[in-house]
Design a protein. Structure first.
Length: 365
């Protein structure tokens, strides 16, 4: 249907009305003329259905899209494994089997080495800084360029804030304790872990409890107290470490099949953009409000051993992270462009945050 013709007709109908009652009749006829067929989409995710935080973002997003379109555009959300396994979201949406996905870019590192920049870089940006880079730097444009060959349009889809370093079945006192340690740790941080002598593994969240319980892995990172409590990791690993050097402010993603996106009316495209933007901020708000109570419960009720990673371990992780990030920049001309943008932005924002956010947190004590 050509909406411009309808709108032109509608406007001339409105222009023709004289008395107020005539105008009402004309408005009703415009409504009837512009009624559109309902759109039904599927959205697949890498999380268990309705999982706190991560899994709620796509649910909120779908509900807001429905509300903003008065039910004309309905998106049904599927958990990991309901249509495809957790880590097949990218390929499935790329092929157009389903129209949308919610996941994290760093899961696609094997295919796109530069993708982790759009989730998290070890010792990189925090949530607030990531959002600034995406929406007021040029990260969105570079990300779109990276995904375009796969017929995918990415949108920022949530942020957890600084994560925890993870759950370990033994204490980490020095670099020695990392040797041979099998840890679920995806993205660039996995490569860092390998170079320190550990064995990185990438597994979807839903498989982590069993993997820890059966000894397939010795350690795992996931998100933070609110999410980690929901998965019950405290039952199978006792030592809980901070800070999340590997994911200081990881961004999630909504991905939309390009053909499906282009088939939408322009107003629905705008609504996707705005609902994603709202879901992105909402996730950070939820973690910010709920992590503390979950951590208290983990420590007081479940007797979890909370510890900071030793300084020398953090120093070694930082040094190797710099090498890994730099090497990633050399994997393609586009990776270089992404790295340059990231680096330049990080230097600027870090310098300012030293005298604002960081200075304030230090002053607050
Ligand atoms: Ca994580």
């Amino acid at each position: 249907m050509d909406r411009r013709i309808f709108l032109a007709g509608a406007l001339s109908a409105l222009g023709a009305c004289g008395a107020a009652s005539d105008c009402q009749t004309s408005v009703d006829s415009v409504k009837n003329q512009t009624a559109r067929p309902k759109i039904r989409w599927k959205l697949i995710t890498s999380w268990p259905k309705n999982f706190p935080g991560l899994g709620l973002a796509p649910e909120h997003f779908a509900r807001w899209v429905s509300l903003m379109t008065s039910g004309e555009f309905e998106i049904k959300v599927y958990g990991a494994g309901e249509i495809v396994p957790a880590l097949e979201v990218f390929d499935t949406v790329s092929q157009g089997t389903v129209q949308m996905g919610h996941s994290a870019a760093y899961y696609w590192k094997g295919k796109l080495p530069a993708a982790p920049f759009f989730t998290s870089v070890p010792f990189g940006l925090n949530a607030q800084e990531m959002n600034g880079w995406f929406h007021y730097g040029n990260a969105r444009e570079l990300w779109q360029e990276l995904y375009a060959p796969y017929n995918l349009i990415p949108f920022v889809g949530g942020n957890t804030g600084v994560q925890m370093a993870g759950w370990f079945n033994k204490e980490i006192r020095s670099l020695e304790d990392i040797q041979g340690l099998k840890m679920r740790i995806p993205g660039l941080a996995g490569e860092v872990w390998k170079r320190l002598g550990g064995t990185p593994v990438t597994l979807p969240g839903g498989e982590l409890f069993m993997a820890l319980q059966t000894g397939v892995i010795d350690a795992t990172e996931w998100v933070g107290p609110y999410n980690d409590l929901a998965f019950g990791f405290y039952k199978v690993a006792k030592h809980y470490y901070y800070p999340g050097w590997h994911e200081p402010g990881p961004s999630l993603e909504f991905i939309v099949n390009q053909k499906a996106y282009e088939s939408l009316p322009k107003d629905f495209q705008n609504i996707i953009e705005m609902a994603a933007r709202a879901a992105n901020q909402d996730m950070l708000d939820e973690y910010t409000a709920r992590n503390d109570a979950a951590l208290v419960e983990l420590i007081e009720t479940h007797k979890v051993d909370l510890q900071a990673l030793p300084n020398d371990v953090l120093q070694a992780l930082r040094k190797i992270s710099e090498e890994v990030v730099l090497e990633t920049a050399q994997t393609s001309p586009l990776a270089r462009k992404i790295f340059d943008s990231f680096k330049q932005y990080q230097q600027g924002v870090q310098a300012y945050h030293a005298v604002s956010e960081q200075a304030y947190l230090n002053a607050r004590g």
